[in-house]
Design a protein around this ligand. Structure first.
Ligand SMILES: NC(=O)C1=CN([C@@H]2O[C@H](COP(=O)(O)OP(=O)(O)OC[C@H]3O[C@@H](n4cnc5c(N)ncnc54)[C@H](OP(=O)(O)O)[C@@H]3O)[C@@H](O)[C@H]2O)C=CC1
Ligand SMILES: Nc1nc(O)c(N)c(N[C@@H]2O[C@H](COP(=O)(O)O)[C@@H](O)[C@H]2O)n1
Length: 226
């Protein structure tokens, strides 16, 4: 499986505000790029924190891109994936509508009731891990269901865990021209943070998009602190 993380950050590296409310950081050309990236993916993954904060839809906006997917025999929209250990995804979340297949990946400890409610609401419930979702097992289960190209759209906790597990191949980061600030505001990689060994990136592309900068990196291993 090939895993691409895509995110938009402010110039000070924040994904949203300290209130965890969504901020429009990308401009129209960057949103169009994100739409193309979704259209080129088999599935788009987020953590449950992003579902609770943003109630995202995660579908392809441009009808021409959906048509291209259908012409090549794919569903109009990629599958959507929520990583959600205890099944906290609200049953009326937009991600559970019938626009695409939605996998909710829970841990074994999620209650049977919650799993059944999510399935009734339209999700395909997958189990990976005991108390918390184990990400390499989750990605294996998605692979078994035909997911080869996986796009990750945040947030900071899930992105950190994917880097920590060595599961990220590429990072596309749009840096918008605004400052959000706030020590509690989500950043690209939150979690406990790295202290001795850090994911090492190799810059493949840099360019101006809208009034910001798009940085594309390959993940090439790890770098030790000196
Ligand atoms: N600008 C941008 O590009 C984007 C911005 N955002 C912003 O980010 C914020 C949400 O980010 P955040 O709160 O970090 O939420 P995440 O979307 O990263 O979800 C985190 C949750 O995922 C669940 N989870 C399950 N398994 C794991 C695991 N192995 N590792 C980590 N998490 C796991 C946890 O909940 P549990 O323990 O219950 O399973 C955890 O709290 C919002 O403010 C949103 O607006 C989000 C996406 C993109
Ligand atoms: N690429 C990008 N730029 C921004 O400025 C953003 N705020 C985000 N947010 C992400 O997009 C999701 C919303 O998707 P839908 O429009 O509902 O399909 C949101 O949940 C974040 O993951 N992304």
């Amino acid at each position: 499986m090939h895993v691409v993380v895509n995110a938009a950050a402010s110039a000070d590296g924040k994904l949203s505000t300290r209130r965890r409310e969504q901020v429009t950081i990308s401009g129209p050309d960057d949103f169009a790029r994100v739409d193309r990236l979704r259209a080129a993916s088999d599935a788009v993954l987020v953590g449950v924190g992003t579902v609770l904060a943003d109630d995202p839809h995660l579908t392809v906006d441009d009808p021409a891109l959906r048509e291209e997917r259908e012409t090549r025999g794919d569903a109009g929209n990629p599958a959507r994936v929520v990583v959600d250990s205890s099944g906290r995804t609200p049953l009326d979340a937009r991600i559970l509508d019938d626009a695409a297949t939605t996998y909710v990946v829970v841990a074994r400890d999620a209650t049977a009731d919650r799993k059944a409610s999510l399935a009734d609401a339209g999700a395909e419930v997958l189990v990976a891990g005991d108390e918390r979702v184990e990400l390499s097992a989750a990605l294996s289960k998605l692979g078994e269901r035909g997911v080869e190209e996986l796009m990750v759209e945040g947030g900071g906790e899930i992105i950190y865990s994917l880097f920590a597990a060595g599961l990220v191949d590429e990072l596309s980061l749009y840096v918008g021209s605004l400052v959000i600030g706030g020590r509690e505001a989500p950043t690209l990689a939150d979690g406990p943070g790295f202290v001795e060994s850090f994911p090492q990136l190799s810059l493949r592309e840099v360019g101006r998009v809208d009034d910001g900068v798009l940085l594309r990196y390959d993940v090439v291993g790890s770098i030790e602190s000196s």
